[in-house]
Ligand binder design. Structure first.
Ligand code: ADP
Length: 497
């Protein structure tokens, strides 16, 4: 092989992947392996940290073997990962002291409520950009130290290390040489002061975590040591959490550019430049990346139920056999139909914030059927994104010019077109939908001089741009109905149910 390539390791919540990119940022090959989800109690979600590592290493080896890669073929390795998931391990034996506690895990919710009640909200938001929640790593580390036999003593003796998944993968790839994370991952621990990019002593003490456990925080495009491959060192040169990596992979390099990922849920991030912006609508401020010591910030909003609503059409309502059939079914709907679906199956997140809301279908008439409900379900994804984006524009004072999209559900042309209509802005879908892996590859490639920022701004190929077509008056009327439906779904269950 003459041209050098970049490998991105994409350690996700359900699978580990290794993706090979060429200089044109095209995918040459992918290898993937799923791993086990553990649900030991209601609300608890764990992964076996060794299985995470083994599956990640295996897909890397498979990719190398399938493409007959020699060490000199690989310019660099980048890493992107499920964020917030927490691992604590013994630095002498390399053994995790407990399973990885996954971001979705709610076991520390009561502890987080106690901190809110004790008045920590403002301070934590000011320092970390986050709202106090069990989602982030800090309370998970504390839980491990307080609940695993002997863990606190070991930690205080300096024998234990903490890491998010990036750190765990780097430590294993470098055979224990490097204990480091990047600023975008560190920003999700609720222990990092995002204003300075350093661990915050007061928060580290609040969660009672010995500083000796904390990884070194580095730039996202930086040296993270190297992997010995056939006796030759291959540099690990880029690291970012999955959503931030996707923002980078979508080449949202300028302030005011945004991407949305339509997966099971949606994750929308807007680049806010060198300035962090505090949200009035419950959005998070986070570090997008740090390059050459300069931090770029982002506003982040998520929608809990997006593609999951399409799964509901498929698995519960049995309207379709595969998610992609939702498109043809929606196109059969009566254009006059006023059906609205609010998929508040688990409450409503930003910017509504109502945990007591529940899903509902409004506007049913005698002729409403599968097609009308499927169409309204797809439309609900676009409406939720409209509301998050409106909040972001308000918080930042920036008007978005276009939305860059990725994720499995945006393969649906009806959804993509309707999203452009509702936003009254173009929606651009790139050729390479693997924005997350691409972002990690870009960060690594930048560090080793494989690409420069100028190259990257040019390589994003658009597969299709969806331009708004519906009349603005029509959109105003539709949004009015949607907001009426949201209002009626709120506070459905009682707080003590
Ligand atoms: P995740 O990374 O969260 O697993 P993916 O990006 O793989 O999600 O996207 C899968 C989600 O997208 C599923 O919830 C599925 O229902 C939905 N989905 C996939 N294809 C389509 C489609 N053509 N139309 C609508 N929804 C789709």
């Amino acid at each position: 092989m003459t041209e050098q390539l970049i490998i991105a390791l994409d350690q996700g919540t359900t699978s580990s992947r290794a993706v090979l990119f060429n200089h044109d940022a095209d995918i040459v090959d992918v290898s993937q392996q799923e791993f086990t989800q553990h649900f030991p109690k209601p609300g608890w979600v764990e992964h076996d940290a060794n299985e995470i590592w083994n599956s990640q290493f295996m897909v890397l080896q498979k990719l190398a073997a399938n493409n007959q890669l020699r060490p000199t073929d690989i310019a660099a390795i980048g890493i992107t990962n499920q964020r917030e998931t927490t691992i604590v391990w013994n630095k002498k034996t390399g053994k995790p002291v407990y399973n990885a506690i996954v971001w979705q895990d709610r076991r520390t919710a009561a502890k987080c409520d106690e901190l809110s009640a004790a008045g920590w909200n403002d301070k934590i938001q000011h320092k970390t950009g986050l709202v106090i929640d069990a989602y982030f790593s800090a309370s998970k580390v504390q839980w491990i130290l307080d609940n695993v036999d002997g863990a606190r003593d070991q930690a205080e003796a300096g024998n234990l290390l903490f890491g998010t998944v990036d750190t765990w993968i780097i430590w294993n790839l470098t055979e224990g040489q490097v204990h480091a994370t990047d600023a975008s991952n560190a920003a999700r621990t609720m222990l990092l002061n995002i204003n300075t990019g350093e661990w915050d002593q007061e928060l580290v003490e609040l969660f009672n975590i010995p500083t000796s456990m904390l990884p070194d925080v580095r730039d996202s495009s930086a040296s993270f040591g190297s992997v010995s491959f056939q006796g030759v060192d291959v540099p690990i040169a880029g690291v970012a959490g999955d959503q931030q990596a996707a923002l980078f992979g979508q080449t949202c390099f300028e302030k005011g550019m945004a991407k949305n990922t339509y997966g099971t849920g949606c994750f929308m991030l807007m680049n806010t430049g060198g300035q962090r912006i505090d949200s009035e609508s419950g959005l998070l401020s986070t570090i997008a990346w740090s390059i050459n010591g300069e931090i770029t910030y982002a506003l982040e909003g998520s929608v809990f139920i997006a593609g999951a609503a399409v799964q509901w059409l498929r698995d519960e309502l049995k309207f379709i056999e595969s998610a992609s059939e939702s498109e043809a079914l929606a196109l059969e709907a009566n254009p006059e139909s006023d059906v609205v679906v609010v998929p508040a199956f688990t409450g409503l997140g930003a910017p509504y914030w109502d945990m007591y809301a529940r899903g509902a279908i409004f506007g049913l008439t005698r002729d409403s059927g599968r097609a009308e409900i499927a169409k309204a379900t797809l439309q609900s994804l676009a409406y939720q994104i409209f509301d998050v984006l409106t909040a972001m524009e308000k918080d930042s004072g920036i008007e978005l010019k276009q939305l860059n999209v990725d994720g499995g559900a945006i393969a649906n042309d009806f959804l993509a077109q309707f999203q452009a209509d509702v936003l009254q802005k173009p929606v651009t879908r790139p050729q390479v939908l693997e924005s997350t892996a691409l972002g990690a590859a870009y960060l690594a490639g930048l560090k080793v001089g494989y690409w420069n920022m100028n190259d990257l701004s040019k390589v994003r190929e658009i597969e299709r741009e969806f331009k708004p077509k519906l009349a603005p008056q029509k959109i105003t009327a539709l949004l009015k109905q949607w907001h009426k439906a949201v209002a009626r779904s709120k506070q459905w269950i009682d707080a003590d149910e």
